[in-house]
Design a protein. Structure first.
Length: 99
């Protein structure tokens, strides 16, 4: 299993709008091959973390491409108005996960 952690800051006073926009992006993300789960967390200072889980590294990598027509190109405009700066993403190999 693989994961992408994306960090960003929520624009002032835009937390609920960001949550709604993030939820709307999931329609596109769920359609991607290998998608398993998404989590959005926001702390009291407006620091946000999105975590997505994927079945293989190939599907994780494919979902993160920024080519024309890619899922990233579709979803970034949906959440960008509610972010202070562009997000920073890091891929991970999941070594342990307990539910």
């Amino acid at each position: 299993m693989f994961s992408r952690i994306t960090r960003f800051q929520v624009a002032d006073g835009k937390e609920s709008e960001l949550v709604n926009a993030y939820n709307a992006t999931l329609e596109h993300v769920k359609a991607q091959k290998g998608f398993q789960e998404a989590v959005l967390m926001i702390d009291a200072e407006g620091n946000a973390v999105s975590v997505t889980f994927w079945d293989t590294k190939e599907n994780l990598d494919a979902s993160g491409k920024t080519t024309p027509g890619s899922v990233i190109e579709k979803i970034l405009p949906m959440v960008r108005p509610y972010q202070k700066a562009p997000p920073v993403s890091t891929p991970f190999s999941v070594k342990l996960r307990v539910k």
